[in-house]
Design a protein around this ligand. Structure first.
Ligand code: ATP
Length: 690
């Protein structure tokens, strides 16, 4: 017998990830379920698949969870080591309860998807059944078997499981194979005749016809009809597997389409169908076992025959040839038997897979139906709530629209009255603007007239201006002539003025009497008389008689009370003749301390009142030249010399010793008029006597 590898066997047996909801098993919800079921596990909630695999790889957790869900299903005692053996126990138990599972290689190689799907199926199944119940009760309830019958059937399975556990040397593949052999038999029985097969086919056909004659649809069956059907011979062991499964498929398709009411009834029918399948599988397993035993006996016989033939090998060649041909026939028969057995095994395996698939689909359908029902109820409630909310909102909006309509009507009335008043206002404004425009037009006409008048006036003024300009030109010419005459008259005046000065005398002698200085006795004065005409009488007490008095005659005598200005006024005309080209010389003469410097310069030049003849003369000359600057340009030069001990010294020279006490001072002024130098000198002097 060829042994199928565990992986390929399980690949057929496990639920394909593309077929159902178990493909989307969430690892986090799975961890949460494991922690909830086994509180001591403390699996991290964010554990990865690899971490979960580390927890599950020794099989202890898997066995514990199954033991908790279905006590007694897994053999928890024994001396088996953690690891593959525990996982094999778990997988065997999954086979017992006919739920899809993974293979050992999956978890060992880190292929966790089938492992998670297996756990997801386990979780869904036991959550659905409410959890804690014994394996016997679970299986009895699962297949809806009577208690006694079920106990007998399941005892064999449990005994088989215990036997396998006691022999850990057997590998997973062998054990899997043994499991099938123990449960379903190891060989085909030749006694299964073609007659019984034909009978089964007829019975199934009758069952199908009975269904179809009674109703057009399975979902439309009433309770009484369903019970009748279930009690009828339609569900006996003669119905073909193909017919039963087509029946299941049709029911499922209809349920998927309708998804309401009759799911429960259909589920009862499905259970019945599955029971029949189960019974048939069990029968086939027994038949297979008997067949296998027969095969073993036959094989033993063949081997003994081979040995006999071998002993006869020394015989004739013809006998050997005959024996060999017989041996060949036996081998061919053996091959045929093996092929038949293999086909029967495949049929068994397929039947089991179909049964598992039907169970899963059944549970899934129930679950989906519950979810759909709940969702539908929730949806109805939600729609009802929304309808009520919408109604309230619509009523509210209706009220708002009514208010808005009333407000709009009032607003229209207001706008109409407002537009009427505005129209009246605009009308009155239009009249005002018209009168204003008329007024402006008239004003514009007046302005145009005024403008024309102004133009005429400007032309007239222009003409008179030209006439006046010509008249002024004539007048200006007269003035130019008069100016020319003025200069000639002025020259004539100057000439006459200088002639007067000449008549007065070119040399003039003035006498100034200094007052007593502080500390000098006023009783000792020798001045007896000062006359108006320049007469001065001096007394001489040291002489007697006629010589005791002496009379002096000057151009003018200034007494001790005479001011600086009075002294200058008498010399001013002479100084001014300089501007007419005459040379002037002022000569101060007297003994030390008689007052020469005082008279010529002044005691304090910062005060204009104290200025002497020099400063006043220059100031007067500069003022006059300033007045005449438009007609005459003057250039003024000054020379100041000292005669002391018959030595003449230039007092304005920077080199040469300055004499502190000169006996006489000259102050001459040189005048240059427009580049003409007048060589005609006039010399005037003032003599100061003590
Ligand atoms: N008219 C006057 N009124 C008042 N004080 C005067 C007058 N004249 C001269 N004095 C005073 O007399 C003193 C001598 O005068 P000042 O120096 O002018 O004499 P001076 O002739 O220049 O002497 P010197 O030849 O030594 O230079 C000065 O103190 C001066 O103030």
């Amino acid at each position: 017998m060829s042994v199928s590898p565990e992986r390929s066997l399980s690949e057929n047996g496990r639920h394909d990830s593309s077929n159902g909801a178990h493909a989307d098993v969430n690892i986090h919800s799975m961890i949460e379920w494991l922690n909830r079921s086994l509180p001591h596990l403390n699996l991290p909630s964010d554990a990865s698949e690899e971490k979960l695999r580390a927890y599950l790889i020794d099989g202890t957790v898997l066995c514990n969870i199954l033991d908790k869900l279905c006590p007694g299903l897994v053999e928890m005692r024994g001396n088996s080591e953690p690891g593959p053996e525990n996982i094999r126990k778990f997988l065997a138990a999954m086979d017992e309860i006919a739920l899809p599972r993974f293979v050992l290689a999956d978890i060992q190689e880190g292929y966790m998807e089938p492992v998670l799907q297996c756990l997801g199926t386990l979780k869904t199944h036991f959550e659905f059944t409410g959890g804690k119940e014994s394996i016997r009760e679970h299986l009895r309830r699962r297949w809806n078997l009577p208690k006694v019958e079920f106990s007998e059937g399941i005892t064999n399975s449990l005994v088989y499981t215990a036997t396998c556990d006691e022999n850990p040397a057997i590998n997973g593949d062998e054990r899997q194979q043994d499991s099938f052999e123990n449960k379903y038999g190891s060989s085909l029985d030749d006694s299964i005749s073609s007659e019984s097969a034909a009978l089964a086919h007829d019975a199934a056909h009758k069952l199908s016809e009975m269904f179809q004659q009674k109703q057009g649809s399975y979902a439309d069956l009433s309770d009484s009809n369903i019970l009748e059907l279930m009690k009828s011979n339609g569900f006996d062991q003669n119905a073909s597997t193909r017919t039963l499964f087509s029946l299941v498929n049709r029911i499922l398709e209809e349920n998927i389409e309708r998804k309401n009411g009759h799911v429960h009834h259909m589920a009862l029918i499905l259970k019945k169908v599955v029971q029949v399948i189960e019974h048939r599988v069990s029968t086939q397993a027994v038949n297979l076992k008997d067949l296998n035993n027969l095969y073993e006996v036959h094989l033993g016989k063949c081997q003994s025959r081979i040995k006999v033939l071998e002993t006869l090998a020394a015989g004739t060649t013809e006998e050997i040839q005959a024996l060999l041909s017989k041996l060949q026939q036996i081998k061919i028969e053996k091959t045929k038997i093996e092929k038949k057995k293999k086909l029967e095994e495949q049929e068994l395996l397929r039947t089991k897979q179909e049964k598992i698939h039907s169970d899963i689909e059944n549970s899934t359908l129930k679950h989906e139906l519950e979810i759909a029902k709940t969702a539908h109820e929730e949806h109805c409630l939600l729609l009802q709530m929304r309808a009520e909310e919408t109604k309230v909102q619509l009523e509210k909006k209706l009220m708002e629209f009514k208010c808005f309509l009333t407000e709009s009507k009032e607003r229209v009335k207001e706008l109409e009255s407002f537009s009427e008043s505005k129209y009246q206002r605009w009308k009155s404004k239009e009249g005002t603007y018209k009168s204003f425009i008329d007024y402006q037009s008239r004003a514009l006409q007046e302005l145009r007239g005024a403008s024309d008048f102004l133009k005429h006036e400007i032309l007239k003024t222009k003409r008179s201006y030209a006439e006046e300009f010509n008249f002024l030109g004539v007048k200006l010419k007269g003035l130019v002539d008069a100016a020319a005459n003025y200069h000639s008259v002025l020259a004539e005046n100057r000439r006459l003025y200088n002639e007067v000065q000449d008549l007065k005398g070119n040399i003039r002698v003035y006498c100034r009497i200094r007052p007593f200085l502080p500390g000098q006795s006023k009783k000792r004065t020798t001045v007896e008389y000062i006359g108006e005409n320049g007469e001065l009488v001096i007394s001489n007490p040291s002489k007697q008689g006629k010589d005791s008095h002496r009379l002096f005659k000057f151009d003018k005598v200034f007494g001790p009370a005479a001011t600086q200005e009075e002294v200058f006024l008498d010399t001013q005309p002479l100084i001014r003749s300089v501007l007419d080209g005459y040379n002037v010389c002022i000569f101060a003469y007297g003994q030390t301390g008689s007052g020469k410097t005082y008279t010529m310069s002044g005691p304090n030049i910062t005060s204009q009142e104290d200025w002497g003849v020099n400063y006043r003369a220059l100031h007067d000359l500069f003022q006059i030249s300033q007045h005449r600057k438009n007609s005459i340009s003057y250039e003024v030069g000054v020379q100041m010399v000292e005669i002391y001990n018959e030595q003449v010294r230039d007092l304005l020279s920077s080199d040469g010793p300055h004499k502190r006490y000169p006996s006489c001072l000259f102050f001459s002024i040189l005048l240059f008029v427009l580049g003409y130098i007048f060589h005609d000198w006039r010399f005037n002097s003032i003599a100061f006597l003590d």
